[in-house]
Ligand binder design. Structure first.
Ligand code: CP
Ligand code: NVA
Length: 311
C-alpha cells in the first residue's frame, strides 16, 4: 500500500505502516493515545465483546504484554498464538489462515519474519490486521516514540531527531514518521547498514528533510533526541554478529556523542537494549534516557490504534 489510506466503511481498518496514513489521521491517533494515558484507570470499555488474536513468529516482551493489557483495559479479550503452534507452522497458507481467523476474532496483530506474510494476511482477512513488527517496519513502536518525544520536548514538527547505527525496521518507520509528522531526521549509519533507498526516496518525495551520513557526530548535531536499536535484529543471521559489531561500533550512543547534540537532548531505544554495544550504560541509565516512558507508551499508543482499528 503506498497511497494514503482512504476510509471506506466496508474495508477493514488495517494498521500496517505509517506511510499508509495521512498526517491528520496519525495525529488524531496520538491525541487519543494521550487521552487513554490520562484516563487510564477510569477508562470506558470501547472494545467490550471484541477479541484480538496476537500471532508471534518472533519473540516479544513489550509487544505481547502491552497489546494484551491494552485489549483487557479496553474491555476486550485476547488469544495469543505462536505461529509454530498453529497450522501455519505446518504449511497452511496465510490466505486460508486469514479467512478462518476472520470468522472467529475481531482483529489480528502479527509479528512476523516476512513483510509479505503481513500483506498477504491483510489482503485475505476481512478483519483489521495490525503490524506488530516485520523485518521492514515497526509502526506501533514509532507511534509510542512520537508520544514520548512530545511529552518530553513538545511538538515534534520542525525539531531534529538523530538515529544512530543500523538503518533497520525501526529506522524505516521513523523515516516514514519524519514525513508524516514534519520533523528533520538525520541518520548516522555506515554505508553497509544504511536504510533502504526506497524508503529514503519515498520520504524525500513527500518533502521530508531526511539525510544519511556516515559520521555519527555530524548526525547528532543540534538533535533534540538520539535514538538507536540493537545491531542484530531478529531477522538477521547470528553469523553476521561479529561483522555488524565491527561496522557499527563507531555509532554507539555514548556520553561523548550525546554532548554533540542539542542541550537537554533525550535518548530513546525501542528495547531490548544491549549496554556496551549500541548504547553505553551511562547513557541508557543516565538522566537523558526516557526509555521506560517509551516502553510504557506502547500501551497507550496501541490503545489508540486498537480503538481506531477495532472500535
Ligand atoms: N520494542 C519491542 O517491540 O519490544 P518486544 O520485542 O519486546 O516486543
Ligand atoms: N530491530 C529489532 C527491534 C526489536 C523490537 C528487531 O527487529 O529485532
Amino acid at each position: 500500500m503506498s497511497a494514503v489510506l482512504e476510509l471506506n466503511a466496508a474495508a477493514p481498518r488495517h494498521f500496517l505502516d505509517l506511510k499508509d496514513f495521512s498526517a491528520p489521521q496519525l495525529r488524531a491517533m496520538l491525541e487519543d493515545a494521550a487521552r487513554h494515558k490520562r484516563t487510564r484507570r477510569g477508562a470506558k470499555k470501547p472494545l467490550a465483546g471484541k477479541t484480538l488474536a496476537l500471532i508471534f513468529e518472533k519473540p516479544s516482551t513489550r509487544t505481547r504484554v502491552s497489546f494484551e493489557v491494552a485489549m483487557r483495559e479496553l474491555g476486550g479479550d485476547v488469544i495469543v498464538l505462536s505461529a509454530r503452534d498453529t497450522q501455519i507452522g505446518r504449511g497452511e497458507t496465510i490466505a486460508d489462515t486469514a479467512r478462518v481467523l476472520s470468522r472467529y476474532v475481531d482483529g489480528i496483530m502479527l509479528r512476523t519474519d516476512s513483510a509479505a506474510k503481513l500483506h498477504a494476511l491483510a489482503q485475505h482477512a476481512s478483519i483489521p490486521i495490525i503490524n506488530g513488527l516485520t523485518p521492514c517496519s515497526h509502526p506501533c513502536q514509532i507511534m509510542a516514540d512520537i508520544l514520548t518525544f512530545e511529552e518530553h520536548r513538545g511538538p515534534i514538527a520542525g525539531q531534529t531527531l538523530a538515529w544512530l547505527g543500523d538503518g533497520n525496521n525501526v529506522a524505516t518507520s521513523l523515516i516514514e514518521a519524519a514525513a508524516r509528522f514534519g520533523f528533520t531526521l538525520r541518520l548516522g549509519c555506515p554505508p553497509a547498514f544504511a536504510p533502504s533507498p526506497e524508503v529514503l526516496a519515498w520520504a524525500r518525495e513527500q518533502g521530508a528533510d531526511v539525510r544519511v551520513t556516515a559520521d555519527p557526530a555530524t548526525a547528532v548535531q543540534g538533535a533534540a533526541c538520539l535514538l538507536t536499536d540493537t545491531w542484530l535484529s531478529m531477522a538477521d543471521s547470528a553469523d553476521e554478529a561479529l561483522a555488524r559489531a565491527a561496522a557499527l561500533a563507531p555509532y554507539q550512543v555514548t556520553q561523548a556523542l550525546l554532548a554533540h547534540a542539542a542541550p537537554g537532548a533525550i535518548f530513546m531505544h525501542c528495547l531490548p537494549a544491549h549496554r556496551g554495544e549500541e548504547v553505553a550504560a551511562e547513557v541508557m541509565d543516565g538522566p537523558a534516557s526516557v526509555v521506560f516512558d517509551e516502553a510504557e507508551n506502547r500501551l497507550h499508543a496501541q490503545k489508540a490504534i486498537l480503538a481506531w482499528s477495532l472500535g
